[in-house]
Ligand binder design. Sequence first.
Ligand code: FES
Length: 181
Amino acid sequence: MNRREFITTVAKGAIAAGLGLVAIEASYLFSYFGPTEGFMPDWKGDLPELDADGLILFKGEPVSVVEILDVIAKTGSFLFLFPGVFHGRNETLPGIVSRDAQGNLYASSRKCTHEGCLVTFRDDIVLGSKSYQKVWLCRCHDGLFNAQRDGEVLAGPPPTRLPQFDIEFVDEGEKVRLVSR
Ligand code: FES
């Protein structure tokens, strides 16, 4: 079994088989789990990255939609890195894919455009006297971005929108491409 088949097997639930080797491979694949909120602007680990075409790669191999959904089911979100611009500087930025209650996927930069804290997805949230749906939330100063549009600022101090991605499935979902909006 090659690595791709192995990972797909893991993603389809082979972890439950309890094999030691599977457990090792699973911990390798999911080693990029990190805290979902708060200050971690410098955190980098073994994360999937976008290539020049926007394909999500992990250790040089494409990540499938099955794997992404599996990671989201286990951890609440799928994290990746991408080349971007933060406050005028070119940087490797953290990105995030999350899923709403209806199963829709949203992909975004994870670094709040205010001071760089990490955002998380919320289906519903009440801030002050207002309720919002489908948003990216930055807990540091309650910055809120619209996940259904272009990441526009809905509340809080962020000065600019949060960069968003369109999600494309390639080769029947065996590969996933993120395209900047
Ligand atoms: S760092 Fe996100 S609102 Fe301030």
